[in-house]
Design a protein around this ligand. Structure first.
Ligand code: OAD
Length: 259
């Protein structure tokens, strides 16, 4: 594959410099350069050995709580041994250079927060948090440590509850408050930066079109062409760790500051 271009289109840089309300939407591709397999490649790699529905669904958890718990523990360990990459850090830098910035992510790894982003809207939850399977109350890490030998540990909040990751499973509803905040941000944006998502899972995948319907320009960053890149004003073909730092540097140049 040819190396990605390095120059940003002039009209993109001008739009970026004039943007007052920027929204970013990220997907698994943004964490790829941190060594976290995406869902697409995971179909060939991480998930190849499992049926995703057998792992990331209420039915899968009910059928085999230990397997689902152990698979998420494996993912937690992988994430715990990885770090945010320059793409995550660039988004945190961009937030400090625009009037209003909202970061919406489909990822559950918490890397945006580790890279310094604040007020992150986690549409699909966060794998580092554990909840009760019956009450959905947060389970304290100390409880997990005391019950580390149980797969999964029982819940402290309900006699029939089990511990499960605080992530949205297939067939589960998203947190309505988070989703409505994300939709409001998208509808008020004048620029949306989409990075690392196949745009295949709704309602997240509908946010770029919602932004565009309300007048936002859209940038899509992805090595591959997707339904989102075909609708975007600009498609920057290549890795997010390549392009997001370039966006941050271009804005810093215009602002006369170093990112
Ligand atoms: P996918 O795995 O479906 O898509 C990842 C996208 O990232 C693909 O379009 C890749 O081409 C692109 N990509 C790969 N490497 C990249 C890189 N270095 N830089 C930029 N892009 C890169 O992941 P998502 O679109 O995030 O839902 O999947 C959305 C949701 O589907 C996930 O949040 C998950 C899954 O079901 C839930 O868990 C509820």
């Amino acid at each position: 594959m040819a190396p990605p271009a390095t120059a940003l289109p002039d009209d993109l840089v001008q739009t970026l410099g004039q943007a007052k309300r920027v929204v970013a939407l990220t997907g698994a591709g943004v964490s790829a350069e941190s060594g976290i397999p995406t869902f697409r490649e995971a179909q060939r790699g991480l998930w190849a050995q499992f049926d995703p529905m057998a792992l990331a669904s209420p039915e899968g958890f009910a059928a085999d709580p230990a397997r689902v718990w152990d698979w998420y523990q494996w993912r937690r360990e992988l994430i715990g041994n990885s770090l945010p990459n320059p793409g995550h850090h660039a988004l945190a830098e961009l937030a400090g250079m625009v009037d209003r910035f909202c970061l919406i992510t489909q990822n559950v790894d918490g890397f945006h927060q580790l890279a310094g982003s604040t007020n992150v809207l986690e549409l699909h939850g966060n794998i580092t948090r554990t909840i009760c399977s019956r009450t959905r109350k947060i389970v304290d890490p100390d409880w997990l440590a005391r019950h580390a030998g149980q797969h999964p540990p029982p819940s402290p909040h309900h006699p029939d509850g089990l511990c499960r990751p605080d992530v949205v499973w297939f067939g589960e509803a998203l947190d309505e408050r988070v989703l409505s905040q994300a939709m409001q941000a998208a509808s008020q944006a004048d620029l949306m930066i989409v990075a690392g998502t196949a745009g295949a899972v709704y309602p997240a995948a509908g946010l770029p079109a919602l932004a565009a319907e309300h007048g936002a320009r859209t940038i899509d960053i992805n090595p591959e062409a997707t339904a989102i890149s075909r609708l975007a004003d600009w498609h920057l073909s290549g890795p997010s760790a390549h392009w997001l730092p370039r966006l941050a540097a271009a804005l810093a140049d215009q602002n006369g500051s170093s990112p």
